[in-house]
Ligand binder design. Sequence first.
Ligand SMILES: [Zn+2]
Ligand SMILES: [Zn+2]
Length: 251
Amino acid sequence: MIMKKLLTGIENNFIDFLFPIKCVVCKKETGLKRKNKLICTDCLVNLSPSFNFYCPICEARTIDAKLCFSCNLMIGNTENKFYLDQLLYPFSYKDQSIQKIIKSFKYYFIKDLEAPISRLAINYLEKIKNQIDLNDLILIPAPLHKIKFNQRGYNQSELIAVRIAEYLNAEFTTDCLSKIKPTKDQANLKEDKRLENLKSAFLCVKPWLITGKRVLLVDDVYTTGATMSECARVLKEAGAKEIVGLVIARG
Ligand SMILES: [Zn+2]
Ligand SMILES: [Zn+2]
């Protein structure tokens, strides 16, 4: 056991020597230990989280991260319902640094970013916990279709959600919400194609896990909200009481 640890240590130092890890944001060598050196201290300090709340649809400032008055009215008068009750996020996806961090995590397979990204989310929750009720939540990550999961090897939202659940001392499950249809990337689709793309994509497999509960639905990026709203619809129809969305950045 000790020998194995020692060897792993030597191995890691050797890998570090051959491939010094560079900060995913500024590309400078950080000179820190493996798992802690993916984002350098300067880049971490320069990130600027916001602790204000905005309407999930129009981005107007709100006091509780719920729909603003006019979006609420608008939704009441249209067929396209919106199922997400609240939306929480610390960063704007326009922030180039956070965009690089999320892309590295999601598309460049740098799985070890799960730790610093989760820490960013937890620091944010710590700051807002007096304004938003974070008690008695069950955490559910936005699911990936199994083809995507197998390609990437992990679900980035799940890795974050596990750590947040630990911090909140909350329940966590991946057994409840499933993605049963592969979908195209929402960002590349026009508005009217987005809802169609998501149609019948998600299924609540074990509704009894969420009956009457408040769900914290965790994803990495929120763009139009179509995906989150669709997941929220499926969970609510299965019996969830309320859906709070949490993402790292809003596009
Ligand atoms: Zn850096
Ligand atoms: Zn609004």
